[in-house]
Design a protein around this ligand. Sequence first.
Ligand code: COA
Length: 388
Amino acid sequence: MNIGIDQIGLYSPHYYVDLAELATARGVDPNKFIIGIGQSQQAVPPSSEDVVTMSADAAQDFIHEINTSKIGLLIVGTETGIDASKSAAVIAQRLLELPETIRTYEIKQACYGGTAALMTARDYVAAHPDKTALIFAADIARYGLEDGGEVTQGAGAVAMLISANPRLMTVEDDSQFISRDIMDFWRPVYTDLALAKGKYSTEQYIQFFQDVWRNYTQATGRSLSDFAAINFHLPYTKMGMKALRTVLPEADVATQGRLTDNYALATIYSRQIGNIYTGSLYLGLLSLLEHSTDLQAGDRLGMFSYGSGAVGEFFSGVLQPGYADQLHAAAHQQLLANRSKLSVADYERVFLNKVPYAADDYVSDTSMQTGKFRLTGVQNQERQYTIK
Ligand code: COA
């Protein structure tokens, strides 16, 4: 039985900051951000958006076209949880007016959470082929103003419906994964800013890729030439290429060209949105599918997921007949084209206006545009949401 991604949706906030302007404000050569790190723009979420609202907004691409009574599992993969106990998933379930007869929870392992949700959903559908699973990979990447990681911030969510006989892409039963307890990136519960050992984290990402790729080739007998493209977790668009370059010499020239060209297509959305942690790999997949004119049904795509701390996984998917009909390319490109640019000063103001890490009541800025769902604030330590 084929199992995989039947539907995929995207949401990212209405605001962005231009990274050439941010570089100049930080006294950095803009080419470092744009060429050296590979980011041009960065989504800036107002405090009226969080992983709950962004997840629910990402599902708008397809939620009204599917049979929601078949959903048996709902998972939000995130490292930007809004509560140490209650999951973002149960609130998203309510905002989406989904049935109560769903097993609903949140999952966490840094940027690996989206893949953890996907693989859990795959196993669920294998056991219950008549049911579907709705999963979200949603995050707000925050390192802090003037921090070295500031250029790799971003915000957004990817929603996916996992089912038997998927119309978009199978998720093959060929995963290779490795988990190791390392400290390359983490976020203590008292802060909304991530801590990272940037150089060490980059090295570990590459090491995990090489290890799971070696195990994958040994287990499956496949090589780079079997793949139309390989998608990578993209904390910034240069990162995946650093890993890909370490194995490209294994391939013939045509394969090298194809993988390099498709890598570039997979980075178009990330270059404009930035890092969405758990969703970054799937944002790359969407970017590839929505920009490629060469891919076709039957093509095999590689997927490398990395979540600091750390878990790495490599698996493949096969594009299904008519897969392009399931995409929402024009809507996504319009979502990005219609955004409003913030000056660096306004970005800093929005960045600092946030739900406090305290018991205080809070009202989010009503002048900021959101998607269909909005966090209006916090009253008596309970988050308040509205639906447009
Ligand atoms: N023009 C063009 N390129 C330039 C440049 C310029 N003026 N100045 C620097 N660069 C290049 C560097 O040569 C380097 O390229 P390389 O990576 O191909 O060698 C790149 O820009 C980055 O420069 P570097 O000095 O390494 O950046 P940094 O130390 O300021 O930080 C971060 C880079 C932000 C990506 C990283 O350190 C970080 O903190 N990341 C957060 C954690 C993370 O993303 N981990 C990845 C695994 S999930």
